[in-house]
Design a protein around this ligand. Structure first.
Ligand code: FRU
Length: 440
């Protein structure tokens, strides 16, 4: 049963999908999250520990390709282009987040990648560091470079104490710049760097601000990972991102718990209310993607999971798959699940009553014996899933830090089911078509 979150949505609840402006937010409930489990279809193969470093001088993690406006893979004079978070290996693996920048990679065959350094002047970039984003090549040849402008996590000692315990302070805002792009026999070049501008900040209502977080927050707040998405069914454009519930949505509501029967027998642990992840959305109002209208979140995991990271969308005809990465350690008390790519499926429109795919919600899970081997999976419109090697363990349980591209996986999407169908090479990206279509 659908539990509408406001009066406006009750009036249209019968259709089970909503117009994007409606104040309806789907819930990943505690009842649903109890069903998270590894299955053969969704467990990733074990990654060989004998991997190569794509860029030996830098740690490499969250990765995304340059896409055309319609979602297809950009092709610039025969080159494919990817961006990834990078930090010099002089920083420890764990300190890399605090000095993250966005590096560029290019490849002619989509398998052998050349690291081309950081394409922007980081004195001009916003934030102390730049976290994940997305990149779109428009019809005039401009690269729209979306990223998260994040404040210095080490400022004032980095951590602070609130009623919930120690938390990490890092303010995040959605930002962008632009470039011209060219390619020749020496590779791909981004030139004519534009101004860096803030696109969006948390509003406090639907999305938690840093001040709200300081009062009642947990772990770290989230207003990050802008993903550009053009809906193939409507032609409308959006930015979606990882948020946290603001004042309007911060309490655990019945739909965050489960159906009536479940609620009668289920005790929500007290501390669960501090786990308040959501997936934010804003409508793009102009062709240059500089004006955004903030909208209620598409999905929330209040009382269930603190982080719905790097959200993105795969569309097949009228079926929408809302995908997001999450961690074992960000599940609320009383719940658990692996580090993995989680998926929610709904019909008819981007704002819909999303339900966990496969019954479990998992699309790609790390195998039980290697629970942290990879992370930050990102699915292309055709189901190719890239990720990075994170912290695999050897047979003695010793961690080998990754920091490089993991083998790509191919995932099939069929109704409310998904399945890992193939393992490809490390970092491999084959050309893919616009949203809703794959290239044969
Ligand atoms: C996911 C993530 C992103 C963030 C980045 C910071 O791996 O947490 O949400 O942008 O890493 O390093």
């Amino acid at each position: 049963a659908i539990l509408a979150s406001s009066l406006t949505s009750i009036s249209v609840a019968a259709s089970s999908n909503w117009s994007i402006e409606d104040d309806y937010t789907a819930s990943w409930s505690r009842q649903q999250a109890e069903k998270v489990a590894l299955t053969e279809e969704t467990t990733a193969p074990i990654i060989d520990l004998d991997f190569e470093d794509v860029a030996p001088d830098v740690w490499v993690w969250d990765t995304w390709p340059l896409q055309n406006r319609d979602g297809s893979l950009a092709n610039v004079k025969g080159y494919r282009i990817a961006f990834a978070l990078v930090a010099p290996r002089t920083y420890t693996w764990h300190d890399r987040h605090t000095e993250a920048r966005i590096g560029m990679f290019y490849s002619k065959n989509g398998k052998d990648w050349t690291y081309a350094g950081i394409p922007y002047d980081y004195d001009n970039a916003l934030g102390h560091m730049q976290w994940a984003g997305s990149a779109m090549l428009d019809e005039k040849g401009k690269v729209h470079f979306f990223y998260t402008a994040t404040s210095d996590m080490n400022a004032n000692g980095g951590k602070e104490f609130n009623q919930d315990g120690w938390v990490q302070r890092a303010e995040q805002r959605l930002a962008k710049t632009t470039f011209d792009i060219s390619a020749d026999k020496n590779g791909v070049h981004l030139t004519n760097e534009g101004d860096h501008q803030i696109l969006l900040e948390a509003d406090g209502h639907h999305y938690e601000t840093i001040e709200q977080f300081q009062e009642h927050g947990n772990i770290i707040t989230g207003f990050r990972d802008p993903f550009f998405f053009k809906d193939p069914n409507t032609g409308e454009e959006y930015i979606i991102w990882e948020g946290q519930a603001g004042t309007n949505r911060n309490d655990i509501k019945p739909e965050n718990i489960g159906d009536k029967e479940y609620r009668e027998s289920h005790n929500v642990p007290d501390h669960a209310k501090f786990y308040n992840g959501n997936i934010g959305i804003a409508k793009v109002l102009d062709n240059d993607v500089t004006k955004l209208e903030i909208l209620p979140p598409l999905l929330e995991s209040v009382g269930v999971n603190h982080q719905l990271e790097r959200p993105h969308v795969v569309v097949k005809d009228d079926t929408y798959y809302l995908l997001t990465i999450s961690h074992e350690f960000t599940f609320a008390p009383g719940l658990t699940g692996p580090d993995g790519l989680y998926g929610f499926v709904g019909e008819g429109s981007l704002r819909t009553d999303y339900k966990p795919v496969n019954g479990t919600g998992l699309v790609v899970a790390n195998p039980a014996e290697k629970p942290f081997q990879a992370y930050s999976w990102w699915a292309a419109p055709d189901g190719q899933v890239i990720s990075f090697i994170n912290e695999p363990v050897d047979e003695n349980g010793q961690v080998k830090f990754g920091g490089t591209f993991a083998p790509t996986l191919k995932v099939s999407f069929d109704g409310d089911k998904t399945k890992i169908v193939k393992e490809m090479q490390a970092g491999e990206i084959k050309p893919f078509g616009p949203y809703g279509r794959s290239l044969k």
